[in-house]
Design a binder for this molecule. Structure first.
Ligand SMILES: [Zn+2]
Length: 487
């Protein structure tokens, strides 16, 4: 058996992060480029991660009381123009359909860049009384934003997401919903995707167009750059006013409801690649891995083949009965070494090796993807493989989270000296999170962005500490903020 002819090797992560990122996604067959610039194809291995993520998040969202619905892809252009900030924010990246059925349309149609306008148009027709509230809708759909600089998963002209839209009788209830979803996203990223995130408020400059307040969960990627992993917006009554959503309260007075919207997108696939991957390729957390364990049968002499394959298939059956998503790599014509590297590159959390000697001793060798070679192997008894493998997968999930958390902690630094902050952001790598006092003045934010390329990623919600001096202007500042260069 010979290795396949040299397939294109992936660039090591430590050598060139951006090249590594593209190589890994293409070679692991998560996605491919489309003939239309900025659009991508989600291949089955990439889409399977999205499905796992979507199914779990959908379950959690439904538990909050929101229900799924579907609104049209095309939105009358006039809808987008109703909310001044909203149109200003989205106009540059909106795709517009002007022809249909061979003729000019009377009113151009916008391809949804987000659905606040169309959904609120319907909320105005469906909400009449306090008894209609809260109204809580979630939609899974595609979105189009004409991006100039695109990047696989992170920034694409068309992407997939969920968008929640809710309307409530009181300001307090809508604010509570906004923060409850923020915490739902935090927990989802941390315990399902194994990505630790900072939760906080956005600065005015980073706010969603049309929102009173935007909250975010931000992860730190392997190169020290931040990635926004989800946002939750408190919309106040802005959309309720322009779309004339009104209800009669218990005293028979006409009121505008208070609203929220919130979403996460296929960007999270990029987060999974960048938060966990290493020089060898992907490392997929077991919770979202389409294949959690791959069984590689090993034999040299033809007469060993049948025994080994039979043991591999028996192991598969036991694992499947235990609810483990497993498969046997029965490919002929490639060496076990080639298979090891291939599954390692694809990020499968656990590899189970079975050779003739293992068959004889009733054992298998388990190799974890989360630990370096030399520390990652252990023997499992064939008869108890069904009990031990799920525990081992939990261990891998926990360890990937701990490693990502360790990276974030070692890449988070407090600064009180502006020049030191600047030097950090100008240095090698992404720069990590800078934890600083910031006065909140947009002028200081602009100065920081222009001189260091770092932006305000999140202002933590609990500001327990004393006040200090703004990193940029030296005036007194009551809040700490996390700055970083971001995707
Ligand atoms: Zn300042």
């Amino acid at each position: 058996m010979a290795d396949k002819p040299d397939e294109r090797k992936i660039t090591p992560r430590s050598q060139d992060f951006a090249a590594w990122y593209n190589d890994v996604i293409l070679r692991a067959e998560l996605a491919d480029y489309s003939p239309v610039r900025g659009c991508i194809v989600f291949r089955p291995d990439g889409f399977a991660i999205w499905e796992a993520l979507r199914d779990e998040l959908d379950r959690r969202i439904k538990k909050t009381g929101a229900r799924n619905a579907y609104f049209p892809l095309f939105i009358p252009q006039s809808f987008l123009e109703k909310e001044a900030q909203h149109v200003k924010g989205f106009a540059p990246e909106v795709a517009v359909v002007t022809r249909g059925g061979g003729k000019e349309l009377e009113e151009p149609l916008v391809v949804r860049p987000t659905s606040e306008t169309i959904i609120n148009y319907f909320f105005a027709q469906w909400i009449h009384s306090h008894r209609d509230l809260p109204m809580m809708i979630n939609q899974w759909c595609n979105i189009v934003r004409w991006e100039m600089r695109t990047r696989l998963f992170l920034r694409t002209a068309e992407f997939l997401w969920q968008e929640g839209h809710t309307a409530h009788a009181t300001r307090e209830e809508a604010e509570r919903e906004t923060l409850m979803i923020l915490d739902l996203y935090r927990a989802f990223c941390e315990d399902f995707l194994a990505i630790p995130v900072l939760a906080g408020r956005k600065s005015a400059a980073e706010r969603f167009p049309g929102a009173d307040e935007t909250y975010t969960v931000e992860g730190l990627m392997g190169d020290g750059r931040a990635l926004q992993c989800g946002t939750s917006h408190f919309l106040g009554q802005n959309f309720a006013r322009v779309f004339e959503i009104r209800y009669l309260d218990e005293q028979n007075r006409l009121q505008n409801p208070w609203q929220t919207s919130w979403g996460v997108s296929t960007r999270l696939l990029g987060a999974i690649v960048m938060a966990h991957g290493d020089d060898q390729g992907l490392r997929i957390p077991p919770a979202i891995a389409a294949t959690q364990a791959v069984i590689v049968p090993i034999w040299r002499k033809p007469e060993e083949r049948d025994h080994v394959l039979a043991a591999a298939r028996a192991a598969l059956e036991r694992l499947e009965r235990a609810g483990v998503r497993a498969r046997v790599d029965e490919r002929d014509g490639v060496t076990p070494g080639f298979k090891f590297n291939d599954w390692e590159m694809r990020g499968v959390p656990l590899r189970i090796e079975i050779g003739p000697r293992d068959v004889a001793s009733g054992e298998v060798l388990a190799a974890r993807r989360d630990l370096p070679a030399g520390q990652n192997k252990s023997k499992l008894k064939m008869e108890s493989i069904a009990e031990h493998t799920p525990a081992l997968l939990n261990e891998v999930q926990r360890s990937l989270y701990e490693q990502a958390k360790h990276t974030r902690e070692s890449e988070t630094r407090q600064f009180s000296d502006y020049q030191k902050l600047r030097a950090q952001m100008e240095g090698e790598g992404g720069g990590g999170f800078a934890d600083v006092y910031w006065c909140g003045n947009p002028a200081c934010e602009t100065k920081i962005r222009e001189e260091t390329r770092a932006t305000c990623r999140a202002i933590p919600l609990d500001q327990a500490g004393p006040s200090g001096k703004c990193i940029a202007c030296g005036e007194s500042a009551s809040e700490r903020a996390f700055l970083a260069k971001a995707y």
